[in-house]
Design a protein around this ligand. Structure first.
Ligand code: DX5
Ligand code: ZN
Length: 213
């Protein structure tokens, strides 16, 4: 299981320190939640902060766009060489075109599905993306409660990936902790995002990451 802590739960007054802490603590990716105040009722960070996060990080960035104008934001964040840029299928009229654009920039494209969005919606895009991110909370805030139906969705997505005979990672984001990690692993999930569980763990960041792995 690869672990991508979300910096949304970091102390933004000590952001470089808190990014280094997850890298030193054994994370695989640094998950960056970009919110525009339109697609979701919250506003987070732009390129100035992502530049600082990138400089502090020794691990690749995993940029999760929760925005209305995806293509504009892809252009803003491409210079920081993230491993992944993921965008919400609910907000994109031309996902195939955007996937091609992200790949042409040397970045691995990924799709995100809100809790209500069926996995069948993206069946004919699975060959074109490197990852599908299933939301296990409603996007917008850290520290929310895990929605258990994502387990069934992950099992369905895994079956769809096998049916299409393609390779595509499955990531889950929201409310992940040491109670639901086993079910996620059994469902075929490859990467979990965890914000509050990692940053607020009483035994510290490294213990939190190790317990998920
Ligand atoms: C929610 C974000 C998540 C969130 C995860 O919109 O996409 O990445 O910060 O935080 P936790 O693990 O606390 O649910
Ligand atoms: Zn996220």
């Amino acid at each position: 299981m690869r672990v991508a802590p979300s910096i949304l739960s970091a102390d933004f007054g000590n952001l470089a320190h808190d990014v280094q802490a997850i890298c030193d603590g054994g994370c695989d990716l640094v998950h960056v939640d970009v919110m525009d105040g339109h697609f979701v009722p919250n506003l987070t960070i732009g390129p100035v902060v992502v530049d600082a996060v990138n400089k502090a990080s020794t691990k690749p960035l995993d940029i999760h766009l929760m925005v209305e104008n995806n293509s504009f934001f892809v252009d803003l964040f491409a210079p920081y060489n993230p491993e992944f840029i993921s965008f919400h299928i609910e907000e994109e009229k031309h996902p195939h075109r955007l996937i091609q654009k992200i790949r042409s920039l040397g970045i691995r494209p990924a799709l995100v599905l809100n809790p209500h969005t069926p996995v069948e919606t993206i069946e004919f895009l699975l060959e074109d993306v490197d990852m599908v991110l299933l939301m296990s909370v409603n996007p917008g805030f850290g520290g929310q409660t895990f929605i258990p139906s994502v387990i069934e969705k992950a099992i369905g997505l895994k079956a769809l990936i096998e049916k299409r005979d393609t390779e595509c990672l499955i990531e889950v984001d929201g409310g992940v902790n040491d109670k639901n990690i086993k079910a996620l692993c059994d469902a075929g999930v490859d990467i979990v995002v965890a914000g509050s569980f990692v940053y607020k763990h009483p035994q510290g960041i490294a213990t939190a990451i190790a317990s998920l792995k």
